[in-house]
Write a protein that binds this ligand. Structure first.
Ligand code: SF4
Ligand code: SF4
Length: 720
């Protein structure tokens, strides 16, 4: 019997390897067909991330109690994995009993200390019981529909939970009967054992059963437990549980920017721009899709999804993964060849393999098309991203912040698809963007206001020009931005800021008519060519001044300009020390350089709206709050969604220049959140947020009770 058992185990292990290994190899090949993207940072920093986010579960635990439940899955898998190894090795070596030897078991190892053995048995027993309990709760939650972000119900997810549960129920059949056998043989005392708390209790409960029946139950328990374990291994590459294998590598290969930067295009070398076939995405974006746990935390915070659009970041990843499936490639034989070609050079692969199905579904689908729109609003197009979803993204990065396995590719992948539509197809994008593109192309301003009018906002304010400063090096170059120079409301912010800066004796100058749009809206709207031109021209102008020592630092009032100057211009050779004006104002207040009227202070309750490109993109959360906290008469109240969990105003990702036709307007949702605080003022630090929130307040008829101000204006009102 021992020999038969070993042969059966060997057969099962071979079948499992034959089934699972090719599936994992195909996944490796699928990730590798992605386009090139270099890894940054050292292996030590990457390993530190793995320790923090995989073993420390830092992001997973942000969502309690579900994070806590996941903690048991992970550590259950790791701790019980030691037992699974023993199970397989025991089965494979059982045949040696026929030769008079003892098969592999940890307790049979010479020199195995009893204390270590007891610790091992205790950890297995307790962890298996905890996992069974946690899985039962999770299954109940999923089936009862109690967690919105996990809806609609997923057969895959429920199957996995059942498999995990079965794995540890069969564990107790196996170990419980084994414990009883050991008690009956006198190897273990016939009473409850602390190191086998559950198994020994089960053994005692079934203590009257004959030895033969117990041996039979043990053999059945062994094969059931092994069968579920090996079956699970075969199912993993086809299920969402693939994250078990891919999340660790994905975190190791993570981007280290707060939010991943879009990839630049070398327009001199490239013939095709943007992405319309899945292999044109970077390999890291493809790895993301296999690392996704389908937890839905991203959907639960996406402003587009929460206001009734069909965009769901989780579904975007799922569709990319479905599009990547090998059935979509020219043929299985060619795909198998991909492995060999990947080893030789990526170009070869890219030329040889073109997936059949485009990544973007181009046909317009009406919301009334019942067959294609699911009850939850998502489009039922498997393996393709719909145009509506593509253009609904505000690039707010809330999904990036929420993801427990550091998936950050949704906004950048969508942007790359936009590029293809705008630059290659000249179709499939909202036509209202043409006006902004024209303005940027002809006047370097998305509103089409010519450059010679860029100083109109500063008339009668005596704002110094950098070009007029002679040999002098000014402390700050004030980057005004297109909105600040041309939008009527935003001009008032700049004027208030200049009053504050002058009162604080800050040495600054502006570039005036030399300044051009940073190109951020063009980049986010998919016109990378336009962005590339504007970025290069601005960097050239800035570098010339920098080389001539005309300024030390830069500050910007627009977080989109701030993000460009600080982060994205680095890819074009622009390296500057950049602050947002809220950071500068906070510093000036801290140093008591701003003369404030303290007597009869203006009383005001203020809630601060975090602009996404200031907060999530640059992690500036405290500076504006610290500034507000130092102002006489000001008391601050927070919206429920604040700081890194803040809710977009709806203007990012070029949405400022697009109509919002589907669902509730995002700015209205954010305005409602602000109104709920009862604050008299919403303060912000972004001209786009200013427009969106002001429109929202007006739309809600709340302009009598609520004002929208920039931080600079709140301070200017309190100047002596
Ligand atoms: S970036 Fe923002 S809008 Fe876009 S998918 Fe993520 S959460 Fe949604
Ligand atoms: S992308 Fe991240 S947050 Fe969204 S479902 Fe996947 S794992 Fe969860």
């Amino acid at each position: 019997m021992a020999i038969v058992q070993s042969l059966l185990v060997l057969g099962l292990v071979i079948v499992t390897l034959a089934f699972a290994l090719p599936a994992f190899i195909r996944i490796y090949a699928m990730v590798n067909v992605g386009s090139a993207e270099p890894l940054t940072h050292t292996w030590k920093e990457r390993l530190a991330s793995v320790m923090r986010y995989v073993f420390g579960q830092q992001k997973v635990l942000e969502d309690r109690p579900y994070g806590f439940m996941h903690f048991f899955y992970l550590y259950g898998f790791l701790i019980l994995g030691i037992g699974h190894l023993e199970l397989v090795l025991f089965g494979l070596t059982r045949f040696v009993e026929a030769l008079g030897y003892t098969p592999f078991l940890y307790r049979n190892l010479p020199m195995m200390p009893t204390s270590l053995l007891h610790a091992y048995e205790f950890s297995q027993d307790c962890m298996a019981a905890c996992v069974v309990a946690v899985v039962s709760i999770a299954l109940y939650k999923r089936i009862s529909g109690g967690v919105a972000r996990l809806m609609p119900r997923s057969a895959d997810a429920e199957r996995i939970l059942v498999l995990i549960g079965l794995l540890y129920v069969t564990f107790f059949v196996f170990i419980g009967s084994e414990t009883l056998e050991r008690m009956q043989s006198g190897e273990l005392p016939h009473h409850w054992l602390w190191h086998l708390p559950v198994s020994s209790a089960l053994a005692l409960a079934f203590g009257d059963i004959s030895h033969g029946t117990v041996a039979g139950a043990n053999m059945v328990g062994f094969f059931m437990h092994l069968g579920v374990f090996l079956g699970f291994a075969c199912y993993i590459p086809y299920s969402k549980h693939l994250h078990l294998v891919c999340a660790g590598p994905n975190i190791y290969c993570r981007h280290f920017d707060a939010v991943a930067k879009p990839r630049s295009i070398d327009f001199e070398k490239s013939e095709k721009f943007g992405v319309d076939r899945v292999h044109e995405l970077s390999w890291k974006a493809l790895l993301d899709t296999f690392a996704c746990t389908e937890c839905g935390r991203c959907d639960a915070v996406c402003p587009a999804h929460l206001t009734g659009k069909s965009l769901k970041p989780k579904k975007v990843l799922h569709d990319i993964k479905m599009n990547l499936r090998y059935e979509n490639w020219a043929g299985q034989k060619e795909f198998r060849d991909a492995l060999g070609r990947v080893a030789k050079g990526k170009d070869d692969v890219e030329k040889a393999y073109v997936p059949k199905t485009p990544l973007v579904a181009r046909e317009p689908i009406s919301q009334n098309d019942k067959e294609k729109v699911l009850p939850n609003g998502a489009y039922n197009i498997e393996g393709q991203v719909h145009l509506d979803d593509l253009w609904a993204c505000t690039t707010c990065a809330a999904c990036v912040e929420a993801c427990p396995v550091l998936i950050d590719s949704v906004p950048t992948s969508l942007m790359e698809m936009r590029r293809n539509l705008v630059m290659m197809e000249a179709d499939g994008y909202p036509k209202e963007l043409n006006a902004a593109f024209r303005g940027l192309e002809q006047k370097a301003n998305p509103w089409g206001v010519s450059q010679d009018r860029r100083m109109e906002w500063a008339e009668s304010l005596d704002v110094p020009l950098l070009a007029d400063q002679g040999e002098r090096e000014v402390e700050y170059l004030f980057w005004v931005g297109c909105a600040g120079a041309t939008d009527e409301r935003a001009k008032k912010i700049q004027q208030a800021l200049v009053r504050v800066l002058k009162a604080a004796n800050v040495d600054f100058a502006v570039m005036g008519c030399e300044e051009k749009c940073t190109g951020d809206p063009a980049r986010r709207m998919g016109h990378e060519y336009l962005y590339d031109q504007l970025a290069k021209e601005n960097v050239q102008a800035l570098n010339t001044y920098q080389a001539a020592k005309k300024f030390k630092k830069i500050f910007a009032t627009c977080p989109h300009c701030f993000n460009q100057l600080k982060n994205e211009y680095k890819d074009f050779g622009g390296h500057y020390t950049v602050q947002h004006h809220t950071e500068l104002l906070s510093e000036l207040l801290k140093d008591k350089r701003i003369p404030l009227a303290t007597k009869a202070a203006l009383k005001e309750t203020i809630t601060f709206h975090d602009p996404c490109y200031l907060g999530r993109y640059n992690e500036v959360y405290q500076a504006p709050r610290q500034a507000l906290a130092t102002l006489p008469g000001v008391s601050v109240v927070e919206m429920t969604m604040n700081q890194k969990k803040s809710f977009c105003c709806g203007a990012g990702g070029g949405r400022m220049f697009m109509e919002e036709h589907i669902g509730k307007r995002i700015n209205l949702e954010r305005t409602d959140q602000a109104i709920k605080t009862g604050a008299a003022t919403v303060a912000t630090g972004c001209p786009f947020c200013m427009t969106m929130m002001s429109d929202g307040v007006k739309d809600r008829g709340a302009d009598e009770t609520m004002r929208v101000k920039d931080l600079a204006e709140v301070i200017a009102e309190r100047l002596v």
